[in-house]
Write a protein that binds this ligand. Structure first.
Ligand SMILES: [Zn+2]
Length: 58
């Protein structure tokens, strides 16, 4: 596979510390399931740096 195109983004699962690949197209607030521990996670963005992170969403 060529490496060109969309940059792959990895976010860390707060529960199991796994790297979860996201496309970057996900909207803030969208739900993602951790493929490793099946925890429902919500995509969030920090106010200051606009960095994406995942938060448990039970
Ligand atoms: Zn996990």
């Amino acid at each position: 596979m060529a490496l060109k195109g969309a940059m792959k983004l990895y976010l860390t699962c707060p529960m199991c510390d796994a790297d979860i690949p996201v496309s970057g197209d996900e909207k803030v607030g969208s739900e993602i399931y951790c493929p490793y521990c099946q925890t429902p996670l919500k995509l969030r963005k920090t106010k200051d740096t606009e960095e994406l992170y995942l938060q448990e969403d039970f």
